[in-house]
Each structure stands twice: as C-alpha cells, then as structure tokens.
Design a binder for this molecule. Structure first.
Ligand SMILES: *Cc1c(COP(=O)(O)O)cnc(C)c1O
Length: 380
C-alpha cells in the first residue's frame, strides 16, 4: 500500500470553529458582516497590538488592492515591489493600472534589499517619477529588514505597504509583522499559518484608512436611504461564516506558530550536518519567524551534483510534497517588461531552494520520513 501523502502545508482546525459558525446560523447572521466579523477583527487587533485597526476581507489580495487604493495609487504610478514573492503581491498594482518596479532580495532574510531599494528609488526619481508606495514581503514568515526599509522610505516620504500574508505571528525587534508599515495585508488562505478557508485583512494604525477600507469593501454606499454612490466600490468584505472559522483559529494561533517553529528546529537538527544543505534561519535575535514554511538551499557544488530538483523528485516518489521557492516576479512572462533593480540573489534562491512539508499537524514520524529520504540521498 502506498504511504499516505505528506503535504507541504494543510489547514489545521483548532476545534471551536464550528461553534462560531453555529452561532452565525442560530442568529441568521449569514451575511458579509456580523458578530463573527467584528469578533475576528477584535481578536486580530488584540493579537497584533501596537494600536492597529483591522478590516477583515475576502482575501489577502483584496487587502493589498485596497491598501494601494487608500494610498492613492492610480494609472501610470510606479510601485516598488519585492521580486521574490508570490504573484499576488504584484497583481493588485496592475489592477490599479500602475506599474510594478521589482527589487531584488538580500541574502540574510531573503526579503527586500534595502540597498537595491534605495538605488531603485533614486533612479526612478531621476527618471522623473517617484514611486508611490513600496511593498516589502515577509516571505515564509521571515521578517524583512524593516528598520532599514522604513528609514529609506521615510527619508523619501514613500509609504510602505507590508505584505504580511505569510507572517501572522512573526515579530521584528519585538513588534509584530503587519504593524510596521503604514498599511499591511494578512492572508487566511487555505495553506497559511491559520486559515478561514479563504480570507484576508487590511491592517493599519490609521483608523481612517480602515474605516475607508470597510466602506470601499462593501460597495462604497454613501449614507442615504437609497443606494447612493460617489466612489467606485468593491465586494471585498469577509462573510460572517468565514469569520467564524477565523475566531476559532485565533484561539490556537500561538500553538500553530510554536508547532511550525518546532518543525523548523527538527529539520535544522537533522539536516544541518549535511554538506551543501543550509536551512533558512533567523539572521539574529531581532528576527522571530513563524516559520510558516521551512526552506532549504541545496548547493550542487557541495553536494556532489545533487540539486534541489533531485531532492524534490525523491520526496515525490515517496509521496511527499515539497516545492521550489517562489519564482521571482521579474522572471515571470507576464512581468517581463517591468524594470528590475538587483543582481541574482532571488534568482539563485529560486534555482537552489526547496520548501519542505511544514504543516502544524505534522507528526514527528512524518518529519522523520522526510529527513530519512534526504539523509539517504547523501549516504554512500
Ligand atoms: C497568500 C499570499 C498572498 C495572497 O493572499 P490571498 O489571501 O491568497 O489572496 C499575497 N502575498 C503573499 C506573499 C502570499 O503568500
């Protein structure tokens, strides 16, 4: 019999999700607003701290889109965006008719390089257009170098929209990711650290932004007994059913972070002795990653020619899912004509990197199966 599949990252319910959904049914709050939406937003605000306000939305992508709208991004504007990311970081720029300008990563966190970012800001200004916003990403849960990024952004007076879709529960210098920039987007898609099946949230210390986000996300209805509109609206508000899942998941967020960090420790303990394999690790005590996904770099020059693709295929043969790191946006066909600042940091990560199964429900036996396959490949 074939071994049951080990997945990269699966939904992991806490147990009370259905209680909140039942309440919604019992009170007939089956709508894109209601007590679960309010409750979920309150839970997120309490968990993130730093006096933020939160609007629960249909998706992280919707949160990024509304974030750009709130920052006044319009057709023809330019937005600096981390190239090494999932396409949803960049797509909302194009929804606004604006142009992404991609920036390479730095090798410590794998996130937005402050040096290349500053080079990009200067060069775009010289070419006649100051970027309207900057999107750093806390990829795989690893906080970006936010002090450096924010100090450059502030010097040039450019707002920062954090893509914290993968980083709920990650902390940078004692402050939660998602509360560092002017605005931030969270995601609760099916494979994220906690999930509502699909969903997202926009976060900001500026309450006016969040009030306006809720207004725009519910079709931008002016105050009037009839339907009156003076803005283009969106149907982006989270449903009260989905938010019920979120309330249940918030009860176990701290546990989920602890479980993913434990996975990461296990992999580091058992793989770090292998020549040519390095685990992506927090660069210093300033960085606390939720380790949403544990990822490794496989350097064929040191492994005797073994590549990350050899590892991926060997794991797949044992019915274990693993995945190459994100393919940088400046290498994607759809963004081929966009400007790019950097060298080959993100390209090298894509060539050599692999994400290992990292779900919070993985058993030690399952982690051992993954490690055994990799260790066996290096046995003579
Ligand atoms: C998941 C993700 C998003 C999009 O979130 P959705 O809720 O799926 O729309 C955006 N950016 C990054 C980096 C993500 O991983």
């Amino acid at each position: 019999m074939k071994a049951p599949r080990i997945y990269l990252s699966l939904a992991h319910m806490g147990g009370h999700e259905q209680k909140y959904i039942q309440e919604a049914f019992d009170t007939n709050w089956v709508a894109p607003l209601g007590p679960n939406v309010d409750g979920f937003e309150n839970d997120l605000e309490a968990s993130l701290g730093n006096e933020v306000h939160v609007a629960a939305l249909t998706a992280g992508t919707a949160a990024l889109h509304l974030g750009l709208i709130l920052l006044g991004v319009e057709a023809g504007d330019e937005i600096l965006c981390q190239s090494f990311t999932f396409s949803a970081s960049a797509n909302p720029i194009v929804y606004q008719g604006a142009r992404p300008v991609f920036v390479d990563s730095e090798p410590d966190t794998w996130n937005l390089s402050p040096e290349y970012m500053e080079e990009a800001v200067r060069d775009r200004i010289k070419k006649g257009k100051k970027p309207k916003a900057i999107i750093p990403v806390h990829l795989y849960g690893m906080p970006a170098k936010m002090d450096e990024i924010l100090s450059i952004a502030n010097r040039y007076e450019i707002p920062v929209l954090e893509d914290a879709a993968e980083a709920l529960g990650s902390v940078y210098k004692g402050v939660n990711c998602g509360t560092l920039g002017q605005l931030a987007a969270l995601s609760f898609n099916g494979n994220k650290i906690i999930t509502t099946s699909g969903g997202g949230a926009l976060v900001s210390k500026n309450e006016a932004y969040i009030r306006k986000a809720r207004f725009l996300a519910t079709q931008a209805r002016d105050t009037a007994p009839h339907y009156q509109h003076s803005h283009i609206g969106y149907n982006y508000r989270m449903s009260n059913i989905v938010a019920g899942i979120g309330r249940g998941q918030m009860e176990v967020l701290a546990q989920r972070v602890a479980q993913r960090r434990k996975n990461n420790q296990y992999y580091r303990k058992h793989l770090s002795g292998i020549k040519g394999i390095t685990c992506h690790t927090e660069p210093s005590a300033d960085f606390f990653s939720n380790y949403w996904l544990t990822s490794i770099i496989v350097d064929p020059k040191q492994t005797g020619g073994l590549t990350r693709e050899n590892l991926r295929l060997a794991l797949e043969k044992a019915n274990i899912e693993s995945r190459p790191l994100w393919k940088p946006m400046h290498l994607q066909p759809i963004f081929a004509s966009c400007s790019y600042y950097g060298e080959k940091v993100s390209e090298t990560l894509f060539d050599k990197g692999l994400c290992l199964p990292s779900g919070s429900a993985l058993t030690e036996n399952e982690l051992k199966q993954v490690v055994d396959i990799i260790q066996n490949m290096f046995r003579l």
